[in-house]
Design a protein around this ligand. Structure first.
Ligand code: DON
Length: 300
């Protein structure tokens, strides 16, 4: 892992840091962190693995896990399971497909998932539940929402607002759009470091059980379903290329983090803030490609 950190630190093709909000635009692009958490509970890390970053769309994996735990397979009446071939915030498909988003990882899909979480709780409690879920999974009480990021998401979230209103007009949001958006903006603004996130994602590598506590988070079957969606949809229109280069289920976020799963072996988080044109971490992908090759980690 240290060799990989050193190699990527020399790379010039670092991509561009997300600049739609100042809090992300300010992040130092030279940072790189890597963490591996094995299914037998060992944690390895390298580089800036203890620097917290905005998890952004990686939160969609955890909100999906909670929604599947709460309503099970009936979720699939409201969200599809196909890759979109479009960017994460693309609006074109939603009208064609009558308000049923292609998958839970594009923004409209994640909004429907968040709406499921809101069905039995108020917005503030729902944010609290998501945060508590991340704290329990990572074994770290210090995890917080960055309030500056959350309010900036709201101030600039015109596309998400459009998605939520469109979903509502199709009858695929039960709560008021502003409640769903409020929770969604907060879940995106959760700050975690590579080691915390690798621990939190451990259950996906360990057939649904948290490797630290041994407790079941979801059934093995559900963990397999979530991994399959990460493989086909986790990098938006970059999902095919990621499968080709790395071959592991994984989910990216515009904060520059990527959570990858080696089923039965480990969860891995790579973080570097510079993004490629699809909004996925350029060096994060490069590092995961190197790690997967050296360890012979691939589901193929
Ligand atoms: O919804 C948004 O626009 C962002 N807060 C999250 C997007 C994101 O991380 C997409 N990922 N690559």
């Amino acid at each position: 892992m240290d060799e990989i950190s050193l190699e990527v630190s020399k790379r010039r093709d670092r991509g561009r840091v997300a600049d739609y909000i100042p809090a992300l635009a300010r992040v130092d692009p030279s940072q790189f962190g890597l963490a591996v958490f094995t299914t037998d509970g060992q944690l390895f890390s390298s580089g800036d693995a203890h620097v917290a970053f905005s998890i952004q769309s990686i939160s969609k994996v955890f909100s999906l896990t909670m929604a599947l735990g709460s309503i099970g397979d009936s979720l699939w009446r409201r969200v599809g399971r196909e890759p979109s071939g479009n960017s994460f915030n693309s609006i074109v498909l939603l009208e064609h497909e009558k308000g049923i988003p292609r998958n839970p990882f594009i923004n409209p899909g994640a909004l429907v998932v968040t709406d499921v979480l809101l069905s039995s709780l108020a917005p503030r409690e729902t944010i609290g539940e998501i945060l508590q879920f991340m704290r329990v999974l990572s074994g770290s009480e210090q995890i917080l929402v960055d309030p500056g990021v959350a309010s900036a998401e709201k101030a600039t979230g015109f596309r998400n607002i459009a998605h939520a209103n469109f979903l509502k007009s199709c009858g695929n949001l039960l709560s008021p759009p502003e409640h769903v958006l409020g929770v969604y903006f907060h879940q995106c603004a959760i700050a975690m470091d590579c080691t915390q996130l690798a621990r939190a994602g451990g259950f996906l590598a360990a057939a649904g059980r948290n490797p630290t506590t041994g407790l079941s988070v979801v059934s093995a079957e559900k963990a397999r379903c979530i991994n399959s969606l990460m493989m086909t949809c986790g990098h938006y229109d970059g999902s095919g290329d990621f499968a080709f280069r790395v071959g592991l289920p994984s989910k990216s976020g515009v904060g520059g983090g990527i959570l990858a799963v080696v089923p039965g072996v480990a969860s891995v988080v790579a973080w570097s803030p510079g993004l490629n044109t699809q909004g996925n971490s350029a060096l994060g992908i490069a590092a995961l490609e190197m790690l997967a090759r050296r360890m012979n980690w691939s589901v193929f």
